[in-house]
Design a protein around this ligand. Sequence first.
Ligand code: SF4
Ligand SMILES: [Zn+2]
Length: 191
Amino acid sequence: MTTLYGHRAPNTTARAPHWSDAALCRRTDPEAFFPAGIGAAVQQQIDDAKTFCTGCPVRLACATSAITNGWDKGVWGALDEGQRRRIVQRRPENLRQAIRDEWAKRKANPYFDAYASRTEQEDDGHVRWLIKSTSVTVLGRNYTPAQLGLILARGREPHGTTKATCGRPGCVAPEHLADDIVRWDRSRDAA
Ligand code: SF4
Ligand SMILES: [Zn+2]
């Protein structure tokens, strides 16, 4: 597979800050964002990738870059190929708004809805859980706030204890959460 960007931080030597430094997908398999073919399984993979992007703090910059640079394959910034093509064809004056409008059309994600309605982003990138209850039922299963955030970040059910790794007590920013699998991946990478 050839990609222009590879869903990874660019190989810069100057290390100027770049939005991709905060990409949620930096440690994931790039193939997950480039489903090939047609059919229900591929559509599910596209949807899973978009769900993953929904928890990414740089999704607007990612979608904007994909459109302005003509990255026509795969899922970028929670938009699939067709969505980006439609935006390009419309030649919107306000690209960022067009991207947000396209996001809004996406069919409701009950995990995102449950999370977004009970959380508030803080200026420094952490996310606060706003209500007293720390158990939320989605599609018949109970989740803690951290588990909900992890589902948004990883696009899968959590395994083992899920907690923030950013040091901010109670933070539920999707990208700040880790469960057993994330911890295992990180310790393997560090070894
Ligand atoms: S929006 Fe999606 S594709 Fe873009 S950096 Fe974030 S996780 Fe990766
Ligand atoms: Zn945090």
